[in-house]
Design a protein around this ligand. Structure first.
Ligand code: NAP
Length: 242
């Protein structure tokens, strides 16, 4: 059995990634923080896709909680390791810098950037020792371009992109790849409240993307075929920003 962990797998892009990895034959560990019902729905979809999985609830923004959950998983599976990690969980708390609360700055940084450390660190050693691993980080167009009203989110995603490039060079010799995906606007709960019609008119493709389209790219980066792609950031945005 080969294992993959998807953080924020209960909804949106994370859910679609879980289903894609299930189709690729992975046993999928579905992380979430609060939405048990939606996480269970993802697990059913993973089973319908012909594989199996389990739920692993923990807050990726907490170093202690993440380490505890992942160490417990490893202790329960002494002969196995997680060979695919998708750091996908993320939140946004948009505001102009002038009005941004300190709390909203740190919450977004901790969930979008520190979580990369919290979750990757406990899993990295096994990938390096087994000489095979795939780490895919969910960045954003906001982290490449910077978007007004999102200094916290842009900082988190920009930092994640830089961390991706740095770690890729540390572990490349051990056949571990570390890449980032940078979506534009994707139809999930996260874009609720946005003016879809107005924004779509600015996107060359004329529409928002679907979670499954992002999952297809993640699936490729997770596959053995992507073995020579390392430290890359791949945009998936309908031509919005190149
Ligand atoms: P979403 O529909 O809002 O789902 C967010 C997921 O993250 C949920 O599964 C949620 O779990 C989980 N999560 C949030 N905080 C967490 C925490 N502290 N610990 C563990 N899990 C946590 O978001 P999405 O649109 O699919 O976004 C997925 C990723 O893509 C994010 O990193 C986001 O920044 C990025 N992205 C999205 C877009 C877009 O347009 N949608 C564009 C660019 C980048 P619960 O269900 O338990 O709350």
């Amino acid at each position: 059995m080969k294992y993959a962990l998807v953080t924020g797998g209960s909804r949106g892009i994370g859910r679609a990634v879980c289903v894609k990895l299930a189709r690729m034959g992975y046993f999928v560990i579905i992380n979430f923080v609060s939405n048990q019902t939606e996480a269970e729905k993802t697990l059913s979809m993973v089973k319908e896709a012909g594989s199996d999985g389990e739920l692993l609830k923990f807050d990726v923004s907490s170093t202690e909680e993440s380490a505890k959950a992942l160490e417990a998983w490893q202790a329960a599976h002494p002969d196995d390791y997680i060979e695919v990690l998708v750091n996908n969980a993320g939140i946004r708390k948009d505001n102009l810098m002038l009005w941004m609360d300190q709390d909203d700055w740190y919450k977004v940084l901790n969930t979008g950037l520190s979580a990369f450390y919290n979750v990757t660190k406990p899993l990295l050693k096994a990938m390096v020792l087994k000489k095979y691993g795939r780490i895919i980080n969910m960045a954003s167009l906001s982290g490449l371009k910077g978007l007004p009203g999102q200094t916290n989110y842009s900082a988190a995603k920009g930092g994640l992109i830089a961390a991706t490039k740095a770690l890729a060079q540390e572990v490349a010799k051990k056949r571990v790849t570390v890449n980032a995906v940078a979506p534009g606007f994707i139809n999930t709960d996260m874009v609720e409240g946005l003016d879809i019609k107005a924004l779509s008119s600015q996107i060359p493709a004329g529409r928002f993307g679907e979670p499954e389209e992002v999952a297809a790219l993640v699936g490729f980066l997770a596959s053995p075929e992507a073995s020579y792609i390392n430290g890359e950031v791949i945009s998936i945005n309908g031509g919005l920003y190149t």
